[in-house]
Write a protein that binds this ligand. Sequence first.
Ligand SMILES: [Ca+2]
Length: 182
Amino acid sequence: MSWDQVCKFYYKSDVKKSGYFVSPNYPGFYPKNTECQYTFFGRNSEVVRIQFQEFEVDGITPRCEPKDRVDYVDFSNFDGGAQDKKMHKFCGQMTERMREPIQSDLEFFRVTFKSNSMYEGKGFNATYEFVINEETTFSIPPNSLVDTANTMHTSYIDNKCYCIVFYLVLTLTIQFLTGCTL
Ligand SMILES: [Ca+2]
């Protein structure tokens, strides 16, 4: 499959923390046979959050595969063009699911727009924002929770040991006393 035009845009957190990106010629109709890549580079422990404001791409959700002869927007967490199977392609009109923010797994993320040789649409308008990856930030509390759990476990064992020792002492004392009486 060949594409007549490829356009590439790069968004780096070092340069700008947030902004917007649009399909080519937006808000006019996008051109046919076009591929546009929007690549995002966060800093360490940053992810990018993308939110579509408007979406009108030739196609009908969820049939957004090239074989369905539609235009679509594709997402990938992988550099080098590998397909990201857990990310679904977008096409057609804006749906409720498309209104939800899309977040990258790590620092790198790429949004690709592809149009075929027939039927155009208005395209899309989306905002992006680099944010600290909360999953990384929250990786410390679970460890301390484990520590707390271990501590609780230990003290539970300690208490149990004290009980056994106390019981043994008590039994021995009773036996001793009984022995004395006899
Ligand atoms: Ca088309």
